[in-house]
Design a protein around this ligand. Structure first.
Ligand code: GLU
Length: 549
């Protein structure tokens, strides 16, 4: 195309491609280092799938002496939400994932700036201009209506839809026609003049999918949009991943069908494409028992915030995702119970990627139980407090005003490795689990059905009379047996089972009476430890059922 046309297409002063290339020095990294990135669109929301992908990319970079950076892909200005980048960065930081470079919570870091695509407009335009000058791209003046009409005609005839082959009308405009259109002020976008042949196939080695064979891409896609002169994703990622020297692109498999286009673009520019890794989308079982994509619309857990809000320990979420990536994670964890989750050698080649990873809350919960079981009471306290400060300030006050007591509560049945109690696995449940230590629970005699009320009251009062907080656990239990025997309850389970009719119940019913009187519930952790924490006066108040029924 003539210089006059080029100036009309790109009226602003642009740097030359050569100038741009010199501004992006080659990365001095060891052989085999991985440079990967997370490239979110700032929509104010981080999908669990994007987090999963970012974590995989981060692991890949940091396990291979490389760099993990964050680039903001905001070329779709209509979808842009204020503060959205911070949402992503804070969500990552919550899990200890910090980009080394790009947009970070400490501002923009790195030699390959700017890392926000809307600030790189000139760069994309400079490359697009060069492609137009070479005849590898061209301006297209078709209106949306014209394009829609073509699509309708193609559909009607059962043809593949799109701007390709002889449907790519503007591909063959003469310079004079282009000039006339430009002078008439017609809006335009810049399209790639595709060199693909749809009847041929291209085979690409994907890190996760293995060898994939796909038809060549013959659609003349827009590379620079008409409306605002910003690039499309295809073009922007090409330029950025080249200039920023990304070695590995981890992204969702929804991009797989445009991979031939991306390879074509890299070849056209004479650049080495990065290694692509297209991960299967996270799925869940729908109501009908069938797998479906985790959906922003249907599933609250699609938003990574969900897990912070509900107080899932960070390590539980990370361990769960690593477990989805590599099935060997669980064995590794068993052998290495105390080391950081970031020490797990994630192996990208072992990611099972055929059917899509099934996101299973039951499994996540069970991992969370193991993670919490490994923590000390102090760690649990600190984490619950951090959570409560953000989501439950009243509860945070209770925690802060009763530090020692709370640590004792969290310490019940703890400290015996994975055999520790497993009832508390997300911090939002901590208030419910601890509230009876701070408030005398209502006494609900129905919980003790069918034990006669008179027996319930008598057992509690008689036990109160001999209760001594200095008793050892054995002495404590011996007294429960004693009360059982004195009130017609079997002291021995064997005897009870052999002849239940001769007893009002067994020693376990007596323990249940005490448990319900003291905790307000039929299930609780170790009652002896609970009574120790409550202290003599409170225990006696709770056992005095005469006042409470
Ligand atoms: N901005 C793209 C997205 O949010 C990123 C795809 C990529 O990582 O290349 O899907």
């Amino acid at each position: 195309m003539t210089p006059e046309i080029l100036d009309l297409l790109f009226p602003n002063e642009l740097p030359t491609v050569a100038e741009i290339e010199t501004k992006y020095p080659s990365r001095e990294l060891p052989e085999g280092a991985v440079v990967s990135r997370l490239a979110p669109s700032p929509t104010g929301y981080l999908h669990i799938g994007n987090f999963y992908q970012g974590f995989m990319a981060e692991r890949l970079a940091h396990q291979h002496n490389g760099v993990f950076f964050l680039r903001v892909e905001d070329t779709d200005q209509a979808r842009k939400v204020e503060g959205a980048v911070e949402v992503v960065l804070n969500a990552l930081a919550h899990y200890g994932i910090r980009p080394d470079e790009g947009r970070t919570l400490d501002g923009e870091i790195g030699d390959y700036a700017p890392y926000t695509q809307s600030e790189r407009k000139e760069i994309y335009q400079a490359y697009a201009k060069e492609l137009v000058a070479k005849g590898a791209a061209y301006p297209c003046f078709c209106t949306t209506e014209e394009i829609d009409l073509v699509r309708k005609i193609q559909s009607k005839q059962g043809l593949r839809t799109g701007y390709y082959g002889h449907y790519a009308k503007c591909r063959n405009l003469t310079d004079d026609e282009v000039l006339a259109n430009l002078k008439a002020g017609k809006p335009f976008c810049i399209r790639l003049k595709s060199t693909g042949d749809y009847s041929k196939r291209i085979v690409v080695d994907d890190l996760l999918k293995g060898k994939v064979s796909l038809p060549e891409y013959d659609v003349d896609v827009p590379i620079i949009k008409g409306a605002d002169g910003l690039p499309t994703y295809h073009f922007a990622h090409l330029i950025d991943d080249h200039l920023m020297q990304t070695t590995h692109v981890v992204r969702g498999e929804e991009w797989l069908s445009s991979l031939p286009l991306h390879i074509q673009l890299f070849n056209l520019m004479g650049w080495q494409p990065p290694q692509y890794a297209h991960h299967a989308l996270l799925q869940k079982l729908g109501e009908d028992g069938k797998r479906r994509k985790i959906s922003k619309r249907l599933d609250p857990e699609a938003n990574i915030e969900y897990f912070a809000e509900h107080g899932y320990p960070q390590d539980a979420v990370l361990e769960y995702l690593l477990n989805l990536m590599n099935a060997s994670f669980e064995d590794w964890r068993k052998e290495n119970p105390t080391v950081s989750v970031f020490d797990f050698p994630m192996d990208i080649h072992k990611i099972s990627n055929t059917a899509g990873a099934l996101f299973d809350m039951v499994k996540l919960n069970s991992i969370a139980r193991e993670v919490v079981a490994r923590m000390t009471a102090e760690e649990v306290y600190d984490k619950v407090l951090t959570w409560a400060k953000e989501y439950k300030p009243d509860f945070a006050n209770v925690l802060e005003n009763n530090r020692e007591k709370c640590i004792s509560i969290f310490n019940i049945e703890r400290g015996i490795g994975t055999k520790s109690r497993k009832d508390l696995f997300k911090w939002e449940d901590a208030e419910k689990e601890t509230e009876f230590f701070f408030q005398t629970p209502a006494f609900d005699e129905k919980l003790l059905d069918p034990i006669a009320k008179d027996d319930v009251v008598k057992v509690a009062l008689e036990y109160a009379a001999i209760y001594n907080p200095s008793d050892s656990k054995e002495e404590w239990f011996a007294k429960i047996k004693e009360i059982a025997g004195a009130n017609g309850f079997a002291t021995d389970m064997k005897a009870y089972k052999a002849d239940p009719k001769s007893f009002k119940g067994s020693v376990s019913d007596v323990a249940k009476i005490l448990r319900v009187a003291i905790t307000g519930r039929t299930q609780s952790p170790d009652l002896y430890a609970i009574m120790q924490i409550l202290g003599k006066d409170e225990v006696l108040t709770r056992l005095n059922l005469n006042d409470r029924c």
